[in-house]
Design a protein around this ligand. Structure first.
Ligand code: NAP
Length: 389
């Protein structure tokens, strides 16, 4: 029997529960997709708190080297202390492997509870630039020598007074970073026959970072006249053709748009922070963070992980929804060229939800439905792999 090597990093907190619930689903999907002729060989790595406890470092050399060599991994969420302790291992992984594209598909599966009247029209992919903006992590604590120097420098250069007791953060966004990210997303949109790309920015206020992001993305889109055209050109000639339309929305407006007219949106192209906010907000439209998968992709390496964090209050309770992890696995198998495996997983998740077998987060918004445990949900999905397909 052939084996497919898959590298996984078990998460912290409730990350352990979702891993246990998902593993059997992935194994079953590979077996079914290849008629029993292939199976998974798991390569287990550690990172974050577990690695710190066991090996005295957050990202052991072996973890980094194995991910680099194998070029792909699936990981659970890792805890990052707020306001102190260590910096985010999740962010560090994205930087060290230059995973500049964060992809977060927001797809409605029938049966999911939603605050919208017609959630079935939602099929949005949020692409978030993954290495710049606030992910550069440039900050100085209030009262430090560095914070004071930056405050003095700004006063000297611009005359702007900043209160001495301020913490300082800097958000760089570069032309090169924006262009390579935009090109990647355009390539994806063309290959996957998407219809609209919307640039989401706050360029009215942050002109040289978010405003520049908008302009550089538009300039990049103009390199592809055969495949893309600007919304204003599309409106002017009023002729429908197959080309992808590119438009832009200011971020605050975008939050309203996704609630009132989600059907008008397809791909959202976002700088780092906007993409972060929007992916959780959009997840809320299709059932919540428990069903929102994600991928971090670079030119060499890709790491797949749920959008949510380690949900510490549910750690070890076998309660949280493993769907976002399961669907992140489907994204990974598609990335590795195992499309049939991905389809089997997605179909089985949908059938399970349609059968009203759901965890607490979905059950609380569905009348008369009792929640099942995280592990039970995993078993039910595994049972439905390949059912009537
Ligand atoms: P979180 O872990 O995403 O949890 C926030 C809330 O979202 C939960 O309390 C729960 O809401 C809901 N939720 C999240 N995952 C769920 C699931 N699988 N099923 C059902 N509900 C789910 O966010 P956080 O509490 O802000 O962050 C906790 C830690 O995770 C922090 O250390 C943070 O830095 C880290 N984090 C890591 C990643 C990553 O590894 N990529 C991403 C984000 C955050 P209810 O309580 O309403 O049920």
């Amino acid at each position: 029997m052939d084996t497919i090597e898959i590298v996984y990093i078990e998460g912290d907190g409730a990350g352990e529960d979702i891993w246990r619930a998902s593993k059997g689903i992935f194994e079953e999907a590979i077996l079914k997709a290849y008629g029993g002729e292939k199976s998974i060989k798991w390569i287990n790595l550690i990172a974050g708190q577990k690695a710190l406890d066991k090996e005295g470092q957050l990202l052991p050399k072996q973890t980094l080297e194995t991910v680099k060599n194998k070029k792909c991994a699936i990981k659970g969420p890792l805890t990052t202390p707020v306001g102190g302790g260590f910096r985010s291992v999740n962010v560090y992984l994205r930087q060290v492997f230059d995973l500049y594209v964060c992809m977060r598909p927001i797809r409605y599966f029938s049966g999911l509870p939603s605050p919208l009247k017609s959630p079935e029209s939602i099929d949005i992919i949020i692409f978030r630039e993954n290495t710049e903006d606030i992910y550069k992590g440039i900050e100085w604590k209030e009262g430090t020598k560095e914070a004071k120097e930056v405050i003095d420098f700004i006063k000297e250069k611009s005359g702007i007074q900043i209160s001495d007791d301020s913490g300082i953060g800097i958000k760089p966004i570069s032309k090169r970073g924006t262009q390579r990210f935009t090109r990647w997303v355009i390539d994806y949109a063309i290959k996957n026959k998407r219809k609209i790309i919307t640039i989401v920015h706050k360029g009215n206020i942050m002109k040289f970072t978010e405003g520049a992001f908008r302009q550089w993305a538009i300039d990049t889109a103009k390199e592809f006249p055969k495949y893309l055209r600007l919304e204003e050109d599309r409106l002017k000639d009023d002729v429908l053709d197959e080309r992808i339309v590119i438009n832009d929305r200011i971020a605050d407006n975008m939050f309203m748009q996704i609630i009132l007219k989600p059907q008008d949106y397809d791909i959202l192209l976002c700088p780092n922070l906007n993409g972060d906010y929007l992916s959780d907000a959009c997840a809320g439209l299709i059932g919540g963070l428990g069903v929102a998968p994600g991928a971090n992709i670079g030119d060499d390496v890709a790491i797949f992980e749920p959008t949510h964090g380690s949900a510490p209050k549910y750690a070890g309770k076998d309660m949280i929804n493993p769907t976002s992890f399961i669907l992140s696995g489907a994204l990974m198998f598609r990335h590795l060229g195992h499309d049939k495996v991905a389809v089997l997983i997605e179909d089985a998740v949908e059938k399970t939800i349609q059968s009203k077998i759901v965890t607490y987060d979905l059950a609380r918004n569905m009348s008369g439905v009792n929640p099942v445990r995280c592990s039970k949900f995993g078993e039910e999905v595994a049972k439905r792999i390949g059912e009537n397909s």
